[in-house]
Design a protein around this ligand. Structure first.
Ligand SMILES: Cc1cc2nc3c(=O)[nH]c(=O)nc-3n(C[C@H](O)[C@H](O)[C@H](O)COP(=O)(O)OP(=O)(O)OC[C@H]3O[C@@H](n4cnc5c(N)ncnc54)[C@H](O)[C@@H]3O)c2cc1C
Length: 384
């Protein structure tokens, strides 16, 4: 294992750190007030190539490997999650299906626009009756000449209301007993029969509102299918495994910010005539936060390193996602405790980060589903 990165990648990381510290964090309050990232801030993110980190250079992206991308996502994890959700679909769930299985025409048309941030993408697998159980999808795509006709409802789609392009998983073969029954489609905003039926408010920060999408006899050209018919679920699971590694890196970034804020507050806040950092009860909390964070970081980096060598199993990605999101939950809860009443008040960002942290144990497969994946591969691997 070697987590060394090139000088070029390190320089980029430092540039992103400076953007996060000098532009993104200072503008967090603006997002909470307006529910949006200001266009001038988005322009700065575009100028740094953030929307195309993983998109191959031949399609206008930076073509970074997974470890370097993870280091940059860790930096972005420090700030309001709406910044991250804007970017991560274009470099992850929203683009990876096209990168992995798209036609040359799809790659040439969509990837450069995603890389520049000209278009925003989304990924739509989850349905009201199919959350953890992705085999229960009900949205159908019926072949009709050179088109597929989509019918069904999707929900919880991040960027669903703002995305220009959405990769949607739908059932192309409903015959009983067929295993490979799901295919992936690229749906563009404005396609007749496709509508954003509802914005779904969350306990998360402002500006982060997933959407419910409805497809009613929505005709999509057959050339918008990504990869072979029937391979959509396999492709989605591959894309999700990559996404989980980047989510683990983002959890590490948010955990680090919470820890840093907690250390600073503990050194500054005095009670009983002393800084609260002098109390062993507080020191032990900080030590546990630091220990879990260090382990989470190593798991995230190790998984990214394995992705770059095409050796990251779903179990490995699951371990990184499970541990880092559970560690973040612990760290966010400890941070609120260290801040005491101020941790609960809206005037400091700790309460917002605590709410943001809760998201990580649910999305892209809950902690229970990660455990199921890990246990399945473990049981298969270890013989009697
Ligand atoms: C803010 C947010 C953004 C999201 N963005 C997207 C997106 O962009 N695109 C997309 O497709 N989806 C998205 N999702 C969906 C997300 O991936 C699902 O919420 C998640 O996979 C869980 O599905 P569910 O909510 O239906 O929960 P359920 O599957 O109903 O699970 C409920 C509970 O049962 C547990 N459970 C289920 N099955 C098992 C089992 N076999 N063993 C043990 N426990 C089990 C779960 O762990 C959970 O605790 C988003 C969700 C949220 C909250």
């Amino acid at each position: 294992m070697d987590f060394e990165i090139s000088k070029e990648a390190e320089d980029l990381r430092l540039e992103i750190r400076s953007l996060v510290q000098n532009e993104l964090i200072p503008n967090e309050k603006r997002i909470e007030e307006t529910g949006k990232v200001a266009p001038d801030v988005i322009d700065k993110m575009k100028a740094m190539g953030l929307f195309g980190l993983t998109i191959p250079e031949q399609y206008g992206g930076l073509g970074l490997d997974c470890l370097t991308t993870a280091l940059i996502i860790e930096e972005l994890g420090w700030c309001h999650s709406v910044y991250r959700s804007l970017v991560t679909n274009n470099i992850g769930l929203g683009s990876q299906s096209i990168i992995l299985s798209g036609s040359e025409e799809q790659k040439n048309y969509y990837l450069p626009k995603m890389a520049s941030g000209e278009i925003i993408s989304a990924f739509s697998l989850t349905e009201p009756h199919a959350g953890s159980d992705t085999s229960a999808l009900k949205t159908t795509a019926t072949k009709d000449g050179d088109f597929y006709v989509l019918n069904g409802i999707k929900h919880f789609v991040t960027n669903g209301s703002t995305a220009d392009v959405i990769t949607v998983m739908a059932v192309t073969n409903s015959e009983p007993g067929v295993r490979d029954r799901v295919s992936t489609f690229i749906i563009e905003k404005g396609t007749p029969g496709f509508k954003v039926s509802r914005i779904q408010e969350t306990m998360g920060p402002r500006g982060y509102a997933p959407a419910e999408l409805t497809f009613t006899d929505c005709r999509v050209p057959a050339k918008n299918r990504v990869g072979p018919e029937g391979q959509g679920l396999k492709l989605a699971l591959k894309v999700l495994a990559h996404g989980r590694v980047l989510l683990a890196a983002a959890a590490v970034g948010l955990s680090q910010r919470l820890l840093n804020e907690s250390v600073k507050y503990a050194k500054m806040r005095e009670q009983f005539g002393k800084p609260i950092s002098s109390f062993q009860g507080i020191q032990f909390m900080l030590a546990d936060m630091d220990t879990k964070l260090s382990a989470a970081r190593l798991l995230a980096y190790n998984s990214a390193w394995l992705v770059d060598r095409e050796r990251c199993s779903r179990r490995q990605a699951g371990i990184a996602k499970l541990f880092s999101s559970e560690a973040l939950g612990f760290i966010a809860d400890s941070a609120v405790q260290i801040f005491g009443g101020m941790g609960y008040m809206r005037e400091l960002p700790i309460e917002r980060m605590y709410r943001e942290a809760r998201f990580y144990r649910i999305v892209e497969g809950t902690s229970e589903i990660q455990r199921t994946i890990i246990a399945k591969e473990l049981l298969e691997e270890v013989a009697l």
